[in-house]
Write a protein that binds this ligand. Structure first.
Ligand code: ZN
Length: 244
């Protein structure tokens, strides 16, 4: 294999490694999205439960008010039995009327609160059913992600070992500078090495290269089996390696 083919081969292996690294990196993110989704439903459920609790607390409070007003009404009625004048009798009658209005107001509020409680309880049932369904599905999905992650990690280790092998084969004095250049640049750009078939633009950054650059690449191609005599031909703009 010429040094050009070896570099392209190493780069192909790095491409496999990058894909696997991306998978290993993305799987925990997918898991997090799934867990967040379930937590969102849990929050919704808690919200509905809180609504029931608050509604029931309001009903109890309103009921207390009603009881107080009713006690007051009884007291006024007893007083009314004992009054001497019509004026006092009417005044107590007005007090009783006012208390009854308060009672009926609270009764309305209780009815409304009970409607809200009913709706919230229906909502709880719906959200609980959805949670049960979604969490069962999520469990299966998260388990499959775990398997996927283990497999990707395993494949990544294997790909890395293959890469080490290829890099070792290139670790000879006349090839080392090519690999060194490639390794430095691949942290910034990927891919780094291009074989230009036609045209005169850099396949990486698409800038047009001078004819002399393409001639140099052409000369290099003829020397591909004697890497000691080859130059590193790189794009003037981005630095990617150009081969013919
Ligand atoms: Zn370029």
């Amino acid at each position: 294999m010429s040094v050009i083919d070896e570099l392209l081969d190493l780069q192909a292996q790095d491409s496999i490694i990058r894909d696997l690294e991306r998978q290993v990196h993305d799987i925990p993110k997918k898991r997090k999205i799934e867990k967040d989704r379930l937590e969102e439903i849990e929050r919704e459920l808690q919200h509905a439960k809180d609504a029931v609790e608050n509604g029931e607390r309001s009903v109890a409070g309103f009921q207390l008010e009603i009881d107080q007003q009713k006690g007051q009404i009884e007291k006024y009625e007893r007083q009314r039995q004992e009054v001497k004048s019509n004026a006092e009798f009417s005044a107590l009658g007005r007090q009783i009327e006012s208390c009854r209005r308060v009672v009926s107001d609270y009764e309305e509020r209780i009815a409304k609160a009970r409607d809200h409680i009913e709706t919230a309880k229906e909502n709880i049932a719906i959200v609980e059913a959805r949670y049960a369904e979604e969490s069962a599905a999520a469990e299966g999905y998260i388990a499959s992600l775990r398997t996927e992650l283990l497999e990707a990690q395993h494949r990544l280790n294997e790909a890395q070992a293959v890469r080490d092998e290829k890099a070792r084969a290139m670790d000879v004095p006349e090839k080392r500078r090519f690999v060194g250049y490639y390794d430095r640049l691949r942290k910034k750009y990927f891919p780094v090495v291009f074989r230009v078939r036609g045209g005169n633009a850099c396949p990486g950054c698409h800038m047009v290269l001078p004819p002399s650059k393409m001639q140099e690449a052409q000369r290099n191609a003829k020397l591909a089996d004697s890497p000691g005599k080859m130059n590193i031909v790189a794009c003037d703009y981005c630095g990617r390696m150009i081969f013919k």
